[in-house]
Design a protein around this ligand. Sequence first.
Ligand SMILES: [Zn+2]
Length: 893
Amino acid sequence: MRRLKTRVLMAAAIALPLAPLLAVAAPAAAPFAFDATPGRLPKTVVPVSYSVGIVPDIDALTFSGTESVRLQFRSATDTLVLNSLNEILHDVRLDGRPVKSVTTDDSQQLTTITLAAAAPAALHTLTFAYTGKIEQQPHGLFAQSYSVAGGGSELLLSTQMEDTDARRMFPCWDEPAFRARFQLTATVPAGWTALSNMPVATRVVHGALATVTFQRTPNMPSYLIEFSAGDLAQIGAASSGVRFGIWAVRGREQEGRVALANAQQILADYNDYFGYRYPLPKLDSIAIPGSGGAMENWGAITYNENLLLLTPGSTTGDRQEVYSVQAHEMAHQWSGDLVTMGWWDDIWLNESFASWRAAKETDARNPGWKWWEREDVTKEQAMRADARVSSHAIQQHVSDELQADNAFDPEITYDKGEAVLRMFEAYLGEHTFRDGIRRYLKAHAFSNATTADLWNALSAVSHRNIGEIAGDWTTQPGFPLVTVSAGCDAAGARTIALSQRRFLLRGADPHDAKWRIPLQLRSGVGGTRRSVLFTHDGQKLAAGRCDEPLSVNADAIGFYRSSYDQATFGVNLKNFSALADADRIVLLDDQWALVESDTQPLATYLTLASAMASSLDTRAWEQIAAALAAIEYDERGTPGHQAYAEFARSIIQPVADRLGWDARPDETPDVQLLRRTLLGDLGAWGDAGVIGEARRRFDAFVTDRASLRPDDRDEILSIVMLGADAATFEQVHTMAKQADDEVELERYYSALTDVRDPQLAAEAARIAVSSELPPQAARLRFAMVMGIAAHHQQLAWSTLSDHADTLLSPFPGFAPLIIAQYVPVAFWDGVPLEQLEAWVRSHVPDEMSDNVDRGMESARFQLSEKATLVPAVDGYLRSLSSAAQATQPAQLP
Ligand SMILES: [Zn+2]
């Protein structure tokens, strides 16, 4: 599943982190065994197959249903316990005979059925009728309204079941180990299209309605059920023995052309890689307006419209996001759907694996995108989150599925896990790792698995004990800082001694954690990468020659930081421009983190940044621009701000000059991204020439929308809107109101929040909570308020606290995590921390105390970093200026 667009979260995560409690690590995992799997439902009665029929009453937002479940009683019992929510069951029978009693407890989301007498261990059939509720947010069966071109609005039905919401559509054994086969029937308006996991088996029209029955699914968990119905249309194709459909609200299906080609390419590649053919007859991809994320329902993946459809206004970044999200959801068709984690403790198996496999696929098929450099952005976000004392392990104990939502911590569950898998792939070798994955999938197909099952498969193919090494990374929080001390012999040969400790931005590790670390070592420019397992402090390794640059995290593959002795750092600095891109990137990432953690002086980082000159290494520049921007934020309102802004501009000016304003036909997307990033920062840091040129281009755009390429629009808008007056604001506001797809809606409404002018910011805040936004853009409200927070903390805070329900209701399930972990990071600078923490705690359930600790640790870190960075940078600039004066020719008196 992909819950939130990264952008929405990142808008929240303006800067970063600090705090206390350790999450309880999951117990050392054992191989999957149904009886040992956690959960609240008794395992005496197990569903084998369901037949579910629903008849929605869309006007009333209710539905009536009938259900028949074939059950295996594993021992004699008179009690059945299953999940239900907001449903009323009646006419409940077992094998045709009425049961003794039915008790439903919505607070526990359970229904208990008591039989007149115990039924023997055997197959039995449970039947009942029931009524339920159509939701208005994406959990369970929900109605989504959307505005249509030419005015008016329409409505469609769709579902979102993960983690625990299938029970809202039909009473069921709603835990992932209770796999069964499902046959769904639905009665909908005859003009509608109805979709589900499997193809339509029969469709009978009766008057204004049609009753559609889908083929029975393979054995699968309930959270993967999908049902959508509405005025939908498709484009389709067949390849690899599979029928592909890209579905959208009628009139928009052609915008799925790229997605249709992507899906066929990705599926063919995955069939090959996994060594297991996609087992369903069809794979539909369904664009749902306003749903926000994407969900890997087997055979019927749902996406928010702008994660699947591409319009003339879409950017290269949108294309990349569509590809990588498709690659993620399609990887789940194997990891998640074919083989499912036994319990929510191991949700990382689904998510990290899908993220890692998607990155690998996106990189392989789009070499010009330099995709692993894009992924370095998310790896850094994960390391920042994981550098908190209060961080948690990848595998975390989930005692009750109602708390499973909290296990979807994007930085750890998705991004750290992805990085750890990549690190182990590099350690074992690509082919051995793939063979282990194949072995794992084959052994657990149509069943469930645990983390131990994955490690055992990898150990079997590699003849190494992977579980032991990998457990260091998945069962304890945090990651190490590797310290490197080099010694040279008389001939200049280098030997390095390694040591490690947990890396934290602030505070001390209460557990003195250690890791077995798969290092990737490279000595010398253009040297080959060597894999070494670092197992104990003081370990010594031969590492090339002392006059050669050295990386102990070659190609930025590892999830750890490195610190070099002064002499080795000096050699790396001297060779900085000749390093492999990824080695340069990881050096910048690490050095900045060492500065932030107060273990290295700021000058060491700024010296590296200054050594970039006019090199075109996009991710390295992006790293530098982000660090410079973080300092710029802290400098705002201080006497040193102007001098600092000039300095920051001087670092990026040479490469900006080299790139100019206009894309050249032979440029790769990353170079174009670099240009936009640098121009945006120059504009934000007050470069009058850049601001003037952006204004000129904006004015041309107002009269001729074709004058700006979609890729360039966001950057021009952001520069112009920073200094916007009321007339400019209104011009962009009009563009927002005229936008008719989600890409454009997001672009123009987000741009309104960039303004520095307080009155215009207040107007943007008013718009964010107004009824002006169309229904499919409800999720944009929260992103807008986070955008306002970048320049107007109090305004954004009062808007959030006054309208929290409106802003967060489009994120059911995920809202508490947003409040606990992201709101403190967004408001550390504008709201007293005690007040902030009290508000956050009062808006999340008590059991999310650890999450609040993480958010508040980040907020406290930001505050303390500001106190350190501002004098450090002012001092650095003074030293530069006195050094410059010292080199002036001496004046005679
Ligand atoms: Zn996912």
